[in-house]
Design a protein around this ligand. Sequence first.
Ligand code: CA
Length: 220
Amino acid sequence: MSNSSTLDLKSLYGYLLDHSLRDDPLLQQLREETARDPLARMQIAPEQGQFMALLVKLIGAKNIIEVGTFTGYSSLCMARALPENGYLLCCDIDEQWTDIARRYWEQAGVAHKIELQLAPAADTLQARIDAGHHDRFDLAFIDADKENYGRYYEQCLQLIRPNGLIIFDNMLWSGRVADPGVNDTDTRALREMNKFLLNDQRVDISLLPMADGITLARKR
Ligand code: CA
């Protein structure tokens, strides 16, 4: 018995997708459309979208914050998992990418659950805090500029309820966080975030080696 994973995740990835991914034409189409963008790597992995939809249902989320929407894959997955009267606040600054997202929300019949705020996410979140919306959200997904993860985290922590969940994307950053030779701004920010979360007693955490590393933090 080993206390570390002995799985070769790369060689098993095809098997994992073949035996667990419940795909559909709309998700497929969005992945194909996004793949033509030079920054397509910013899209979350398909099994991650499915996992996040499962989390939405598991915690019975009704109100969600997304920081970083891009072309809408994660928001599409989460919005579909929300109940009909669910609400997803999407924060992004890019009109072109989110125009693609809007098109897919329409096609999926979930546009009525989503409010897109085209503005710096920190401003959008601060406005909600100032309006007294503390503890009003059940889940937050943070997947935007890495330098501001710490700031988004503090804001989301105020806006989600106790027992609510914050999901951080890219926490393993293609392995760069663990490579002392890599010291660019984004890598350092993610490294600091991981270090900070390890000791932050306001949350329970788990860092999953799925996709590019996903940290789940439950607000105590
Ligand atoms: Ca990401």
